[in-house]
Design a protein around this ligand. Sequence first.
Ligand code: SF4
Length: 522
Amino acid sequence: MGTEQGILPGCGSVVASAAEGEGKVKPEAAGGKPRYELINREQLCWRRVDVERLIGEEHAARAVWEFVGQLDLRGYEEEVRAVEGKAGRPGWEPRLLISLWIYAYSEGVNSGRAIEELCEWEPAYQWLTGARVVNGHTLSDFRVKHEAALQGLFVQVLGLLSADGLVTLQRVMQDGTKIRAKAAADSFRRKERVEQALQQAREQVAAVGAMSEEETSRRMAKARQRAARERQERLEQALKEFNQLAEEGKDKEKRRVSTSDPEARVMKQPDGGFAPSYNVQIDTDAANGVVVAVGVVQAGNDFEQLESGIERVKQNLGKTPQEVVTDGGFVSRDNIVAMKGREIEFIAPCVDEAGKGESSYEGRGVSGEYHSSAFLYDAHSDSYRCPQGKTLRYEGKEERHMQVSYRYRAQRSDCRGCPVKSQCCPGNRVTGRSVHRGEELAEVTEFRRKMETEQAREIYRQRAQVAETPNLWIKAKFGLRQFSVRGLRKVGMEALWACLTYNICVWMRLRWRQAAAVALPA
Ligand code: SF4
């Protein structure tokens, strides 16, 4: 070829030419055919790169690098083996790996392999790495390896944002969002099937371990051993999850565990369907939309998550919020009492138990004249009298979300011969009519009254925008509709990375961009 050639990823301009003479169309005469430079995409080439000028002064990658540079990263240094005075290849500094992940999440990239590819050619990644390429496995391992250090990083960032006046804890909005697990819906199995699969996996681990290096390359052997070992570990975890389901009171016949991600649970999705998921609980400070706590749980409901969310806020910032705002999914008698006990103002829509009871009458075909309000309560005898003068005696009590509900029931014989049975209890074949008497705690009555005020309703109207913005960003902008790792611990770390990135994006929007605009020439 006679051409000086070399390889530099990201080559955009040609320095060395292709085969001599190629690409030039010789003019036959003035005024002949036009001549153009040939585009040759088959060649390899060198180019000169000014790494510092790959991105502009106001580029987000610079902001991430600058912000991470302020943080104390000693928590990541405990396991560094390449130290001064000892032989061995130096490792990547934590500041770089953290910056790469934060910048990647902010751009909707959430896989180590994708970042490795981007390091080959994308200017912002090249600027961050100094035009080097970081291995995807190194990045993936780093993301889930340092749990305590990552938690410490999140707290440090909150400390910086608080010191900058971006967090006040006057009003915090808590919300839960379901994010899909890395598990297929058809990966759920009964216990017997999991035990069989585990036996096979153990045999496979032994078989792969016995393979000689002549049969397969060393690298492939390691990959196979790792895959077989991870499958065995997942299935062992799956067996443990059956015990967890038993403790949760799940019906034995309905117990199933995913063999892909045993800690995932089937949860109802916003579109009404069901999918293997985790419930991500996010607490957002209303002042500037900073996420002040994040936790991942296996429970599909929200009302059991309020207190743990408040505890996480306290752990992160040293104090609890003055006010907490949630949607109706968090409203329960226990939460109302608990927030009162913690002296936190609880703002949430009031679920009207009485109203729910009346609407259920309609569904059962009970006519309006025979709703519970038509039955008279006698406190002296603790019984009700029905419109036909029959007595309904106390039968038992139930605990509902907002109140204790006492149940009273008529004699079956009284109702069976009653002329208005078809209007009063048309569906009751083996029992008489029942009514419920609800008894509210003083805290619940106070909460109910508070939520009837315009002031409380106005605060509640702000909830959706504040609480749901981080959820939407994490899913739509960061692309975290499905976790890319498995297991509660790793999934919790991925959620933490996403919220850490979100908070740094808030800082960039509210502080760094303004400062950069002032510093840059007009
Ligand atoms: S059906 Fe029973 S409870 Fe209802 S009015 Fe008749 S006797 Fe009373």
